[in-house]
Design a protein around this ligand. Structure first.
Ligand code: PRT
Ligand code: MG
Length: 218
């Protein structure tokens, strides 16, 4: 069933990104009309009749927007870097859910090795990072609790998101190297920008103005 061109569908990563995106969206007049935590509806209408929201797993956001199942998306830069295809533009850094993607392990000497076994949820980013430094990697793909892997000898080190560093410290691991900074981005399907030009540029304009007015603030 093709979606109406007089409406925009916005896919938002569930969890912390959704929570941090809500105030931003509210400031540009987009408030879900039902409580997303309670509603069983997968498509949520909003206070703006031209905009509906879908709340999906972070890793599914680029897929929805790439294939046009959603016109726009809000997702972390980590997820975007890991997703290789991209039928979308990335016009705005929303500056929410900030953190960094880093290599972590028990000792700094690990970085002197030429071969490493690395546990991560980010195999694409990890392979690219170590290949650029000439380090051979065996990558162990995990879906959560990366910090456990070096503790039980499953891997030499991990590549994971770090914010306060508390999780690493609690598990006796050191942040050894920062790969990149991460924050959540707005992405827009390339075709939607043409077929829904007025709606999409209006929303982009509002978000851009809001971000400019809060520039420099945390
Ligand atoms: O989906 P999953 O359950 O695997 O992840 P999650 O529940 O940890 O986070 P989720 O799904 O709510 O949101 C994930 C997205 O939020 C990521 O794609 C990032 O873009 C963004 N984000 C920002 C973070 C963090 N900060 C973060 N600190 N996602 C995860 N973390 C985790 C990290 O993986 C580690 O386990 O928090 C821990 C580290 O935090 P500190 O403060 O102890 O350093
Ligand atoms: Mg989660």
């Amino acid at each position: 069933m093709p979606r109406d061109t007089d409406r925009l569908t916005l896919a938002v990563a569930k969890g912390r990104i959704f929570k941090e995106a809500l105030p931003l969206l509210a400031a540009v007049g987009i408030v879900p009309t039902e409580d997303p935590e309670k509603s069983r509806k997968l498509i949520l209408p909003t206070s703006d009749p031209a905009i509906e929201m879908v709340i999906v797993r972070a890793t599914d956001v680029p897929t929805y927007v790439d294939y046009g199942g959603a016109d726009l998306g809000i997702v972390g830069r980590d997820t975007l870097l890991e997703y290789e295809a991209g039928g979308f533009y990335e016009p705005l850094d929303l500056r929410i859910s900030p953190c960094r993607l880093s290599v972590a392990g028990a000792t700094p000497e690990l970085l002197e090795r030429t071969r490493l076994r690395v546990a991560t949820k980010y195999p694409v980013i990890t392979r690219r990072h170590f290949a650029a430094k000439g380090v051979q990697t065996e990558i162990i793909k995990l879906y959560g609790s990366m910090e456990l892997a070096p503790l039980v000898g499953l891997a030499d080190c991990i590549v994971d998101l770090v914010d306060t560093g508390n999780t690493l410290r609690a598990n006796g691991l050191l942040e050894l190297e920062e790969i990149c900074k991460v924050s959540s981005r707005l992405i827009v399907n390339k075709a939607s920008l043409k077929t829904r030009y007025a709606l999409a540029t209006r929303l982009l304009g509002k978000l851009e103005a809001l971000l400019a007015s809060t520039a420099g603030r945390p």
